[in-house]
Design a protein around this ligand. Structure first.
Ligand code: CP
Ligand code: NVA
Length: 306
């Protein structure tokens, strides 16, 4: 079973994945980080991690997740593969499917992911594309629910670029419920496709150009970098996004006990000030830790346990 985008799933499945991650995290509390799960549910299974773009969290959390579940990983940079010399994605998919039990891809373009999934005979997991980042948002939901309770009762605010992570947040709220307000400069709104999908499923998702309106009465304020890995127009993005910096003044429009999230890496004092990032409302490092716990649950969902 592939894990490509959150809008491929129903609420029961996504909530189940978050619940399993929460239970596995609780069960491991206090154990040494490298220790395997007692019954090694993925023993004998191997996962290939392919990176067409750099990564710290996705790489390390997937690698540790597989190891803790008793499985193996092979980490591949697309530049070092024949893929980088023109071997096709369908052929790469067919070949890797003969060796490993699952493939995680961080793709330079979403088409590579869908092509890989179409031709692989093993599960394919989306480790970020230009259009979405579902594993990240599942970790975000786990983090939010740890602090605030069920997503369906939260007002979540996204401030800044309506990018790949924002798109997966729209999918998450569309499937699992909750209220999402995005404050983006109009040229950087989420794609018309993802907004149309939100409308079709009756999701409580709204757009404003005002960052203050977006965070008003919010339980959780989220932002991301102004220039994503696939973006080229850095200077115009900086100019457009400057008014969307998450600082103390913007946070004061949210609820007093609102939390702050960022998928990281952060560009400190651009999209978020040190004061907010290192302040009492920030849960960014819990969010990074939760990538590990959610990855394990996603792997069990896709590769199955013994
Ligand atoms: N948040 C995230 O995906 O981080 P990496 O780019 O380091 O994997
Ligand atoms: N939006 C960012 C997320 C990085 C994890 C990017 O695509 O570069």
């Amino acid at each position: 079973m592939h894990f490509l985008d959150l809008n491929d799933f129903d609420a029961k499945t996504l909530k189940g994945i978050v619940d399993t991650a929460r239970r596995m995290k609780q069960a491991r509390a206090g154990q040494p980080k490298g220790l395997h799960e007692k019954d090694e549910p993925l023993k004998g299974k191997a996962l290939a991690l392919i990176f067409e773009r750099p990564s710290t969290r996705t790489r390390v959390s997937f690698e540790m997740a597989m190891k803790q579940l008793g499985g193996e990983v092979i980490v591949l940079s697309a530049h070092d593969m024949q893929l980088g010399r023109g071997e096709t994605i369908p052929d790469t998919a067919r070949v890797l499917s003969r060796y490993v039990d699952g493939i995680m891809l961080r793709a330079s373009t979403h088409n590579h992911l869908t092509e890989l999934a179409q031709h692989a005979t093993v599960p394919v997991i989306n480790g970020l594309t230009d259009l979405s980042h579902p594993c990240q948002v599942m970790a975000d939901v786990l983090t939010l629910e740890e602090r605030k309770g069920p997503l369906a009762r939260q007002h979540v605010s996204w401030v800044g670029d309506g990018n790949n992570v924002a798109a997966s947040w729209i999918h998450a709220v569309g499937v699992m419920g909750g209220k999402l307000t995005l404050g983006c400069p109009e040229p950087l709104n989420p794609t018309p496709e993802v907004m149309a999908w939100a409308k079709t499923v009756g999701a409580d998702v709204s757009l404003t150009a005002s960052p203050e309106t977006a965070v008003k009465d919010s339980d959780c304020v989220i932002t991301d970098c102004w220039v994503s890995m696939h973006d080229k127009d850095g200077e115009s993005r900086h100019n457009l996004l400057k008014p969307y910096q998450v600082n103390r003044s913007l946070m004061s429009h949210a609820k007093g006990d609102a939390i702050f999230m960022h998928c990281l890496p952060a560009h400190r004092n651009e999209e978020v000030t040190d004061e907010v990032m290192d302040g009492p409302q920030s849960v960014v490092f819990d969010e990074a830790e939760n990538r590990l716990h959610i990855q394990k649950s996603i792997l069990l969902h896709c590769l199955g346990g013994k």
